[in-house]
Structures are given as structure tokens and as C-alpha cells.
Design a protein around this ligand. Structure first.
Ligand code: GUN
Ligand code: ZN
Length: 439
């Protein structure tokens, strides 16, 4: 058992996300092993109340700091770390000119391994302790990332990118013998990776069709069948990000009611299915998200950078589907949850293409912790510091820069404190990232 004394930020599980954040000024967080031998939160609360119960537990004291749940990044591409900041007219030319050429390099296990090491280190440096991320269409890339995350004991979900058409030949899923076609092989490779890694330590597998335009009907159908056979694996893809992409998807799958409905028609919408972007939806799409239990990965730095559009929070809440925040590195411009939360605030505000609103700092923070965990079906497991949650947390320094120190000295409420960190913060605020250990 271990105990940490500091301010504590956590979310009350039953309260409205707009107002569910709690700050315990002088708190104690007690962690110890659960039945599986994994370090979890055993208790948290005011120091003076809890300390007598745990009087014989050694306490690490971090005065002036805040312990908060590790951030959950609901969508990114680990092979696109080097693609960040590549300008393009929009999504499709960006994929062709920058993203696909970089992803080709992941055919090499060595290239994949060094990229995986850098990516995981960068997540942790920015306070991200759980991530759902794309690999490339090469098994080597998925294996390299699983190995690195396992080494760091990080909770990470990834999968082989499925693409059997409309991409450069080197990125299409490959056949290995003349008797099996590339589409069949991609599904066999996915299942092999799933069986090797899903549920091992803290790793999870995601069935990963890149987006409908780069898969044939057969590949999407096979992915849906795989999902039906493994109901607790994740599914990840992209949808309704960009107008040209949508027009292309509609041409390729005219029988479906909408681009989103294409995924439902192939059995790819259910709980644990995470769709990045979900911008250009109508109310029937929103109702489909809700009725299937699929969730949206809102990726605001990417949407602003690529000029894709603005996620409609009011529309999502009206329909009642789940969503959480995501960096979408490398369409996204930053690994920092602070930058992502600030961009989400800008996206929420935009009021020309949809209803504009002012998201509260608590709601923004919730979306990158509890909300993202809930979208993954992992609420109560990660993203919060309730008893039983895995002990993944960050230690925040609200005085990390001269401007933050000046600003946070003036705040009068929890919302003002959180907003100061969202607007002015970056990885300098993350003094430590602590990952739950297997004991
Ligand atoms: N749609 C299909 N592939 C991608 C990708 O790599 N990034 C983004 N932002 N959208 C996509
Ligand atoms: Zn993406």
C-alpha cells in the first residue's frame, strides 16, 4: 500500500458532467493491489479524515500540487507522429501527400519499434495514461506498439489498419500465399493479433477499418463478422469528417442511408465502437449512434487544422450519444490534453454552422477523462480516481509557468482554476505521470 498527500481532483460518478468535478484541497489518495494484483485506488478523501485509518502507510507529500486522473486519448495514429504540422488543402490530399508516405515506413519492425517508443513516451510526458490509437496496415507496427505499451504497463488499445483498396500498393493489406486473397489475409492477421494481445496485461485489440472508402464490401463484412465473434474487443474508424470524403463514401456505398449507416450495415456499430470526428451528421445519424451504443472521438485540433468542421455538441447531447476527446495525432497538432481541451472549447463556441455554446471547464476535463473512459466502456476502470479505479494519475503543478502562477493565484473557484490550466497549460503542468503497477 502507498499513500499520496496533495490536492485531489476527481469526478463524482453520479453527478452531471457539467458540475461533477471535486477538488479536495488537502487530500489523501491510498493505492494498493486488487484481487488481480494490479494497483488500484483503495480510498481517497480529506487527509485529516483518512490519515488515522492508514496511519501505518508511508505517505508521499506533494504540497502545492494536484493529483488528477490520467487523461484518456480516444483517437490517434501512432505512425503519424512525424506527420504533425503537415499543411494540406484538406483531408484527402493530406493523406496522399504526407500520411501515406510516412505510414509506408512501418513495414520495418525497427522503424515501428523506435516510433512506438517515442509515441508512448510522449503520451506519458503529456499525462495521457490510456490511449486508443491506429497502427498501420503492417502487423509489425501493431506488434511494436503492443510490446512497448506492455513494457510501460500502459493501458493501450490498437489494431491492424484494414485497407484493401484506394491506397498506395505498399499500404494495402498483403497476401502471403496464392491461396489466400489479401482481404481474407487482413482478417486472419487481425484475428491473430487479437488472440495474441487482447486482454494481455492492460492491452486491448481494436478492429480497425481505416474508413469505408479504403475497404471493399468484403473487408467491411469480414470486420463486422470478426466483431460479432469477439464482442469485447474494440472497433475504431473514421466518419463524416470532411465533405469530399463523405461524397466519396456515398458514391462507393450508395445502398446505405448515409456514410455512418454504411458501418451499421456491415455490423460495425455497437458498444466499444469508436468513430473519429462525427462532424457532418444529421439527426438520423445521431440517433443511430445512440441506439447502437457507438461513441464519437471528438478531435478538435485536427478538425481546426485540416479545416474539416466543428463537432456539434448540442446535437450530440440532444440525441444522447457518448463522446470523448482525442488528439488525433498527426491530423491533430498536439499530444497535450490541455491543447485539445482548449480547441474543444473553440469548436463548441463556433456558432455559424451549428449552435454555439460555452463548454464549462469541468465538462471539457470530464470529456478527456471520465467521458472518454465511458466511451471505451472503461468507466470505473480508468479516467477517474474512485475506489477501484486503476491507479493511473498525474501530478499537476498549477504554477508551472510564470503566467500560470500569476493567474492561478487569482482564481476564486474550481472552474477558474481548471480554465487557467486549460488555456495556459501544456506538458510543463504535468510534473509526474504515475502508471498503475502490477504488484
Ligand atoms: N480518415 C482516414 N484516414 C484518416 C487519418 O489518418 N486521419 C484523419 N484525420 N482522417 C482520416
Ligand atoms: Zn484519425
Amino acid at each position: 500500500m502507498k499513500a499520496y498527500r496533495s490536492s485531489l481532483l476527481y469526478f463524482s460518478p453520479s453527478a452531471d458532467p457539467q458540475a461533477s468535478a471535486v477538488l479536495e484541497d488537502d487530500g489523501l489518495l491510498v493505492v494498493g493491489p486488487n484481487a488481480q494484483g494490479r494497483q488500484v485506488v483503495l480510498a481517497l478523501g480529506p487527509y485529516r479524515e483518512l490519515q488515522p485509518r492508514f496511519a501505518d502507510v508511508a505517505v508521499t507529500h506533494w504540497p502545492g500540487r494536484i493529483i488528477a486522473p490520467g487523461f484518456v486519448d480516444l483517437h490517434s495514429h501512432y505512425p503519424q507522429t512525424n506527420v504533425i504540422g503537415s499543411p494540406a488543402e484538406g483531408l484527402l490530399p493530406w493523406l496522399e501527400n504526407y500520411t501515406f508516405p510516412e505510414e509506408k515506413r512501418f513495414v520495418s519492425p525497427e522503424y515501428s519499434a523506435q516510433a512506438a517508443t517515442f509515441f508512448v513516451a510522449e503520451l506519458l510526458r503529456h499525462g495521457v495514461t490510456t490511449a486508443l490509437t491506429f497502427a498501420t496496415s503492417h502487423s509489425a507496427s501493431a506488434n511494436a506498439l503492443f510490446q512497448e505499451a506492455q513494457q510501460q504497463q500502459m493501458r493501450l488499445i490498437t489494431g491492424l489498419c484494414l485497407m484493401d483498396r484506394h491506397a498506395p500498393a505498399e499500404l494495402l493489406n498483403q497476401r502471403v500465399n496464392p491461396a489466400t486473397d489479401a482481404t481474407e489475409q487482413s482478417l486472419i492477421d487481425s484475428e491473430n493479433l487479437l488472440q495474441r494481445w487482447h486482454g494481455v496485461d492492460r492491452l486491448g485489440y481494436a478492429i480497425t477499418p481505416r474508413f469505408a472508402p479504403t475497404s471493399t464490401d468484403a473487408q467491411l463484412r469480414g470486420a463486422g463478422e470478426l466483431a460479432a465473434r469477439y464482442p469485447d474487443v474494440w472497433i475504431q474508424s473514421h466518419v463524416a469528417e470532411n465533405k469530399a470524403e463523405i461524397a466519396w463514401a456515398r458514391e462507393l456505398f450508395p445502398a446505405s442511408r448515409s456514410y455512418l449507416a454504411t458501418y451499421a450495415d456491415f455490423g460495425l456499430m455497437r458498444q466499444r465502437a469508436i468513430y473519429a470526428h462525427c462532424i457532418h451528421f444529421d439527426d438520423e445519424d445521431r440517433a443511430l449512434m445512440r441506439s447502437t451504443g457507438a461513441a464519437a472521438a471528438v478531435s478538435p485540433t485536427s478538425n481546426l487544422f485540416l479545416g474539416s468542421g466543428f463537432f456539434d455538441y448540442t446535437g450530440a447531447d440532444r440525441a444522447g450519444f457518448d463522446y470523448g476527446l482525442a488528439s488525433d495525432v498527426g491530423g491533430g497538432t498536439s499530444f497535450s490534453p490541455f491543447h485539445t481541451m482548449l480547441a474543444a472549447y473553440y469548436v463548441g463556441r463556433e456558432g455559424q454552422s451549428k449552435t454555439g455554446l460555452s463548454l464549462s471547464p469541468q465538462q471539457l476535463w470530464w470529456q478527456h477523462t471520465v467521458g472518454a473512459a465511458k466511451a471505451l466502456g472503461l468507466d470505473g476502470v480508468v479516467g477517474n480516481l474512485q475506489p477501484g479505479c486503476e491507479a493511473d494519475f498525474v501530478v499537476l503543478n498549477p504554477q508551472a509557468t510564470p503566467l500560470l502562477a500569476r493567474k492561478t493565484a487569482l482564481v476564486n473557484s474550481l472552474d477558474e482554476l481548471l480554465f487557467a490550466m486549460i488555456v495556459l497549460g501544456d506538458e510543463r503542468v504535468i510534473e509526474k505521470t504515475v502508471i498503475s503497477q502490477a504488484l
